[in-house]
Design a protein around this ligand. Sequence first.
Ligand SMILES: [Zn+2]
Length: 535
Amino acid sequence: MTSIIFRTFAFFLFLLGTACTNSTTAALPPTPTTLRVVEASTAIPETRSIQPVTPAPPTDTPDANQVALLPTDSIPVNECDHDNTLPIDQHRLALVIDYANHVVEAVHEVIVYNGSDSAYDYVVFSVEPNRLLDVFSMASVTVDDDAPQSAELTGRRLTVVPLEPLQPGCSLTVSMTYTLTVPAIGSVSPATQGYFGFGARQFNLGNAFPTVAPRFNGQWITYDPATIGEQVTSPVANWQASITIDNGPANLVLAAPGIVTSDSDGAWQVITRGMRDFAFTLSPTLQMASQVTSNGVTVEYYTYSDAPVQADNGRIYNGPAHALEAASRAVEMFSDLFGQYPHSRLVLVQSEFPDGMEFGGIVYVGGEWFRTYNNSPASYLFLITIHEVAHQWWFARVGSDQANAPWLDEALATYSELIFIEEFYPDLRDWWWDFRVGTFVPADFAGPSVASTVYDFASVRDYINAVYLNGARMLESLRTDIGTEAFFAWLARYAAAGADRIVQPGDIWRLLSLEELAATEATRMRYLGTSALPG
Ligand SMILES: [Zn+2]
């Protein structure tokens, strides 16, 4: 496929990407029914130019700690003893999934920890699925096994008032029982939100479960729904889930982050630590290939048997194998640059919904990027794979206000694509700028500020242009202002300072020195519309 055709297709896809999955899949080449020749793996060069490869820190067997950290007996109840309470929220989910009918019955306990210095009169949860009609049905809410003073669910905001305020350093347990009636992928607009949905061959539960809302400036924050971008930001928490299937096909495959075990009844147990959410996918036909990176991370890529595409020349382009290779190299490279990936596994899934999506320890890459793979790193399959891996640093590690400052994760994830290309395929650097950015954003772009919110746009295309693509231009300009070495040192400081936190835009700017702030003033004025630092 020539780059011109591909670019036209990609533009078309982006224009229509939120309208209807079918309208885009109709334009895709047919998938092969027989695989004859499989291309040898496109080896990714060993040379690294941006930053020398540093020895990997010893793997701290994080998942072993994870088990040790999670109490397995009684849940602490309003005890203010730090010995008995982890300074982090903890979720325990018991899920029974009626696979054929797409219904999930959940018993969900959340130990909410007050890590602030003032009492909470109430606690707030983000209930993302309740942005949709007839999807989320709450049956009961208790606090420490008693009826709360009140519990009110309005849209995606659940406010629970306990009988007594939650004191600093203390925890309480909110127990919920609820039912999720999961919609079909594509029935919710935009179709990119199919991470919560079922399709012909996969069942996705992303942004499916209530999370503790973040607190900014002493206030619980939940956001109005927007059809563009993401809004949910949650504090990191430990998760423990049991997943039981009713009415499911035999040999269901579970693609989930963390430690996954199954018992003799066919139920799965999943444990994750330090994650902002819990997402997973079930499918009877997903296949998995994995690699262990040089820094000890097992990268698993789940794809379908028709993901390798048959080209016009009769050859098979093995997208799954090449994308796994790219994801593994990205984990190594971003660990070197921005800090060790803190989990033992990273899961990638070929999605039935378009584009891509990130969650803690698991990300999705749209099936269209496999079907259009051109056997080259100059492809959306590579770029979106790397982009979603980068979100493990810019979203999962460093949490940010996705609704009001989406550039903090999206511009950085997009620029991380370039870093990868520059490192492994320096000849493609100009291609990346032309293909990924120049196609959509002219050099003299005078559109909305990089610092726009998700509510400022009428179309996904305009949002991506201003926040992702012009955001990448801003980062490139900042790098030119202060020099490559200082630029990556700054990003490393940001990744360290923001680890396991939810940052505000001022946090990244405050990590520049006074000299660097002066050197970047014109860039900030140009791309943000102000050189003043946000609060
Ligand atoms: Zn992204």
